[in-house]
Write a new protein. Structure first.
Length: 243
């Protein structure tokens, strides 16, 4: 099966070394029902994420010790970099939305605790390759997928020469082992040759996020219930899946 034309291979996004690595998405039962009813993956607009450091510059650029040691030219360069990057990030944050997965060969007790607040939780297990092949073609969005890089925000700098860099870097939450899918609006253009191409459009996405249609039969490899759930809940999930 061909990968959807919506998917864009991009140098900023690094694929896992194993395209068949298992990926997991943990959720409560209500979100699971929505998932199988709508047959969509939900993408959260980045400015609506709980972690307010998402997509932001690191503290290193604002470190007074760094500035104290800088020459006047270096200080001015730092000032422009901070000002221009911050303005552009604020402008484009509403135009990107993310859907996150955990990469692991086995289910994670830590992820159950972080993402499921009760014993009535669900984990969908897929693979990186299945994720890429599960989306339908769309001219409305461009899709990018890659692994998240974890850095020390007090000591390291996120590159600023591409709009996507801030969104594939995170603070030191390396236990998350996150695979991140990002969408942004696109516009279709016709070249003089008559061929079509697309470009990113800085158009705000809906504040409530985006439900992107997928083939759930292509995506879902296994469904897991919380290891601490009651028998009745497991029976309920089996019944819902059968229906």
């Amino acid at each position: 099966m061909a990968i959807t034309s919506m998917y864009v291979k991009h140098p900023v996004f690094t694929a896992p070394t194993d395209e068949n690595i298992k990926i997991w998405r943990y959720m409560d039962f209500t979100k699971f029902l929505s998932f199988i009813d709508k047959k969509t993956l939900f993408f959260t607009r980045v400015d609506q994420l709980e972690d307010k450091f998402e997509g932001r510059l690191t503290k290193y650029l604002f470190n007074p010790e760094i500035e104290a040691k800088a020459t006047p030219d270096e200080k001015e360069k730092l000032r422009r970099l901070r000002e221009n990057s911050s303005k552009f990030i604020d402008k484009e944050r509403p135009s990107l939305a993310v859907n996150c997965w955990h990469m692991n060969e086995y289910e994670s007790a830590a992820m159950w605790k972080v993402y499921v607040k009760s014993d009535e939780g669900i984990a969908i297990q897929s693979t990186y390759s299945k994720l890429l092949h599960s989306f339908y073609d769309s001219d409305d969005y461009m899709l990018f997928v890659g692994t998240v890089k974890y850095i020390d925000y007090n000591k390291e700098v996120i590159p600023t020469n591409n709009v996507f860099y801030p969104y594939i870097h995170k603070r030191s939450f390396e236990h998350e082992r996150e695979l991140r899918a990002i969408i942004t609006p696109s516009r279709v253009m016709t070249k003089p040759s008559g061929k079509k191409s697309r470009a990113i459009t800085l158009r705000p996405l809906p504040k409530e996020g985006v439900h992107l249609p997928i083939n759930i039969h292509s995506l879902v490899e296994m469904v897991y219930v919380s290891p601490t759930c009651e028998v009745w809940f497991e029976d309920l999930v089996r019944s819902v899946l059968k229906t």
